[in-house]
Design a protein around this ligand. Structure first.
Ligand SMILES: Nc1ncnc2c1ncn2[C@@H]1O[C@H](COP(=O)(O)OP(=O)(O)OP(=O)(O)O)[C@@H](O)[C@H]1O
Length: 229
């Protein structure tokens, strides 16, 4: 039996008086890879903010199967305002997401945890290099490693591949899918890249400006006009 880890029912999300999302319903199963697609401004990031608990729903419900899922969501945001000159290594940047660290230095267990995720994301070679010197693809992998550090049951990628070339996009998503399969992690991938969504997702949620929402297996996704959303 497949367990749903997330159920969104009749969700309405707003900024002030304006409803950005209205009556949205969808479910996410354990280990499912869901792509969320839709034109600019339809509310994809607003939905993510709601899932993360940053924005309180105006109406409706966001229910996680377990509180521990909601409190440990791996999140790779759309953009980061990183100071390229800030002297932090890739390893230390990834370590920033360690929780409950009581000492100013890392315990052997914490070090092992960081090393393990650096290995899984192919970052060991540049672990001690300043993050500012990493390439775009390496930086995205560092953000991903940071998000995966606490083994989340839900990973949210908000257009994380947007700035990458085709090869780098594939590389990043292959890492995500490997982690997803090995850990039965559920993935929400916000993207404008339909070929990528078709290749890696199990399912889709299409959001429109008319506040109409369709969802289903990715194989059933039909976009009429062009392959642009
Ligand atoms: N903090 C805010 N206060 C008021 N309005 C906001 C705020 N954040 C976003 N909006 C508005 O909400 C609408 C949806 O924005 P959102 O960022 O969720 O869209 P999106 O689908 O993620 O777009 P994109 O694909 O461009 O990232 C937009 O009209 C935006 O201007």
């Amino acid at each position: 039996m497949i367990n749903d880890i997330l159920t969104v029912s009749q969700l309405t999300a707003s900024y002030g008086p304006v409803n950005i999302i209205k009556d949205l319903n969808f479910k996410l199963a354990q280990g499912e890879f869901l792509s969320i697609i839709g034109e600019n401004g339809v509310g994809k990031t607003t939905l993510v903010r709601s899932l993360l608990g940053i924005l309180k729903p105006r109406a409706g419900k966001i229910e996680f199967a377990d509180n521990s899922i909601a409190h440990n969501i791996g999140y790779v945001p759309q953009s980061r305002n990183l100071d390229e000159e800030y002297p932090i290594t890739v390893r230390d940047f990834v370590s920033l997401n360690l929780r409950d660290s009581k000492l100013p230095w890392l315990s052997p267990n914490e070090k092992a945890k960081v090393t393990s995720i650096l290995k899984q994301t192919d970052l060991m070679k540049i672990a001690n290099r300043p993050l500012g010197q990493a390439s775009g693809g390496e930086k995205q992998r560092a953000y991903l490693a940071q998000a995966l550090l606490n083994s989340p049951k839900l990973l949210i990628l908000d257009e994380s591949t947007a700035s990458l070339d085709v090869e780098m996009k594939q590389e990043l998503l292959k890492l995500v899918v490997k982690f997803q399969k090995e850990n039965q992690t559920s993935v929400i991938f916000i993207t404008h890249d339909l070929p990528l969504a078709r290749r890696y997702s199990d399912s889709y949620l299409l959001m429109t400006k008319q506040q109409e929402y369709t969802t289903g297996p990715i194989s059933s996704l039909v976009i009429s006009e062009s392959e642009k959303v």
